[in-house]
Design a protein around this ligand. Structure first.
Ligand SMILES: [Fe+2]
Ligand SMILES: [Fe+2]
Length: 243
C-alpha cells in the first residue's frame, strides 16, 4: 500500500490588521466579526488594534469581539503603545479572550500560531546597523530583541503547520506602495531571517496600510499584508487563508 500523509482538516484562518478602534466609537466591527465567525475557524488580528492605545478603545474592541464566536489570536502594534497604557490594554484584550502573543505560541486546530509585534530597522543590506550613538544602538537592539522573541515563539510550536503573526513587515515586497523613504520604519529583514530558520506555512502582518497583499521571504514562506485597507482576494477587509 502506498504511504500517504496523515490527513488533516484544513484550518480556515481569517486575518486582519490595523483596525485602529477609536474612542468615539465611530466604527463598529460587530457585524464584521460575526461575518468572519461564519467563514473561518480562527480570527487573527495583526496589531494596531486600537488607534491610540487608550483603555477605552480596547474596551470598545472587547465589546465588539463578543460577536466573534471563534478563537482570536492577536499581536500588538505600535499604535497600541501610544498613550502609555499598554498593560491596561493588554489586560482588557486578554479578559476578552484574545490569545495575545508577545513571543509565545498557541496551538489551535492543529496549527501553531507564533506571534510578536516586531519592530522597524529596514531591509536587506540597507538595514540599520548597530553603530554610533546609544539611541541608534538601542533601536537596533530592540529590532534584534523582537527577532529573538519570535525565535523563542517558533521553538514552542510542536505542530507541522505554523503561522507567524507580526505587526511589522518581515520583507520589503509587502510594503511596496508606501513611500520608499519610510520602508525602514515599516519592518525589518531580521524577522524574515528568523522565519526562514523554521518550517513556516504562512506569515501575516499589517502596519503598511498602503502596502501590497502578497510576497515571500527569501526562504519561500508566503507573506500576507492583511492591513484592513489593502485589497484582498476576499474583497473584504480580512484575508482568508487555509492551513
Ligand atoms: Fe496601523
Ligand atoms: Fe502600525
Amino acid at each position: 500500500m502506498p504511504q500517504t500523509e496523515p490527513a488533516h482538516k484544513p484550518l480556515r484562518i481569517a486575518a486582519v490588521a490595523d483596525l485602529h478602534v477609536k474612542e468615539n466609537g465611530s466604527q463598529s466591527y460587530r457585524e464584521l466579526f460575526s461575518e468572519i465567525s461564519s467563514k473561518a475557524d480562527v480570527l487573527v488580528m495583526a496589531g494596531d488594534l486600537t488607534d491610540l492605545g487608550k483603555p477605552k478603545e480596547a474596551e470598545l474592541l472587547a465589546a465588539d469581539l463578543r460577536s466573534c464566536t471563534i478563537p482570536v489570536v492577536g499581536v500588538l502594534g505600535n499604535h497600541d503603545y501610544e498613550c502609555g497604557s499598554i498593560e491596561e490594554v493588554k489586560t482588557i484584550l486578554k479578559d476578552a479572550g484574545v490569545h495575545l502573543l508577545e513571543g509565545q505560541a498557541v496551538e489551535i486546530g492543529g496549527v501553531g500560531f507564533a506571534g510578536v509585534k516586531g519592530f522597524a530597522g529596514g531591509f536587506g543590506r540597507h538595514m540599520l546597523g548597530s553603530f554610533g550613538e546609544p539611541a541608534i544602538k538601542a533601536m537596533v537592539a530592540e529590532s534584534v530583541e523582537e527577532s529573538m522573541r519570535l525565535e523563542n515563539a517558533l521553538r514552542q510550536v510542536r505542530s507541522h503547520r505554523a503561522m507567524v503573526v507580526l505587526h511589522y513587515a518581515p520583507i520589503p515586497e509587502t510594503v511596496a506602495g508606501e513611500p520608499e523613504a519610510i520602508y525602514p520604519f515599516l519592518g525589518s529583514s531580521r524577522l524574515a531571517e528568523t522565519i526562514d530558520r523554521f518550517p513556516v506555512s504562512a506569515v501575516v502582518h499589517g502596519h503598511a496600510h498602503r502596502g501590497t497583499y502578497e510576497g515571500r521571504t527569501p526562504g519561500g514562506a508566503p507573506v500576507y499584508n492583511v492591513a484592513a485597507h489593502i485589497e484582498k482576494p476576499t474583497g473584504r477587509p480580512y484575508a482568508l487563508l487555509e492551513l
